[in-house]
Design a protein around this ligand. Structure first.
Ligand code: NAP
Length: 216
């Protein structure tokens, strides 16, 4: 990443480079690109409305934390998976209405909140097939992990395997959302380059949001 560009890996439709606008720091820009694109395109795939309940599995991670905010911005009621404790506070601060402990019986917890099932599932983590079972008939499922209709075992739901396409337009839109204060990039810690070994160790340990490594 250069000092004033927001970039990701090359994609099918573009090279994933956009200028960083004033008001977006480089750590947030670096953390935003691919995770933000995956979150945005997952949300667009399920198109939540204000009457929808959306289950986001992996809500404490880079993609999930951004997806929570994007779903809430559309007025949806979000159920977020967490380990109990500070992770629950983290996703509630992002706008989640409910939390469920993913180390326990997710199905029972979700059914207690939404007995008729949920309208949409975003799947950055967890057992996709079990999560799809929690959809109401006609529900929508988006998986940045790559699950599609053939893996879900249900014919009565719409499933989208999301491959993030970070075009310059998408990156610019995400950056504008952050600058406008409508989207927060949750950075757990910003490391110097010489701390990269610690960053990798911390990545493997419990954390919430993104870890950033700054160069220079
Ligand atoms: N399709 C694409 O273009 C695209 C783009 C970006 C990312 N991805 C993929 O999307 C996935 C998520 O990426 P990420 O950057 O958000 O990863 P991440 O930051 O590591 O987040 C994953 C989160 O899932 C949580 N988790 C782990 N097991 C879980 C379970 N069984 N149920 C619910 N939550 C669980 C983790 O919590 P703990 O900390 O408690 O373990 C963590 O907070 C990865 O597989 C990544 O490769 C795909």
């Amino acid at each position: 990443m250069t000092a004033r560009s927001l970039s990701t890996s090359p994609s099918r439709k573009g090279f994933g480079v956009a200028s960083i606008p004033t008001g977006l720091d480089t750590a947030a820009a670096g953390a935003l690109g691919l995770a933000g694109t995956a979150a945005l395109q997952s949300i667009e795939a399920v198109a939540p409305t204000a009457s929808d309940t959306v289950l986001i599995s992996g809500a404490t991670g880079g993609v999930g934390a951004l997806a929570v905010q994007l779903a809430v911005a559309r007025g949806a009621r979000v159920i977020a998976t967490v380990r109990l404790g500070e992770e629950a506070d983290f996703v509630r601060d992002l706008g989640a209405a409910h939390t469920v402990d993913y180390t326990g019986d997710i199905a029972a917890q979700v059914r207690a909140i939404s007995p008729q099932g949920v309208d949409a599932v975003i799947h950055p983590a967890g057992d996709g097939r079990a999560l799809a079972d929690l959809l109401a008939p006609g529900g929508r499922f988006a998986s940045p992990v790559g699950l599609g209709p053939d893996q879900l075992g249900r014919q009565d739901v719409q499933a989208t395997s999301v491959m993030a396409t970070p075009t310059p337009e998408v990156l610019a839109h995400l950056a504008e959302e952050v600058v406008a204060g409508r989207l927060h990039v949750p950075i757990w810690r910003n490391y110097r380059l010489e701390e990269v070994a610690q960053a990798l160790a911390d990545f493997a340990a419990p954390h919430v949001g993104k870890l950033a490594v700054s160069i220079g």
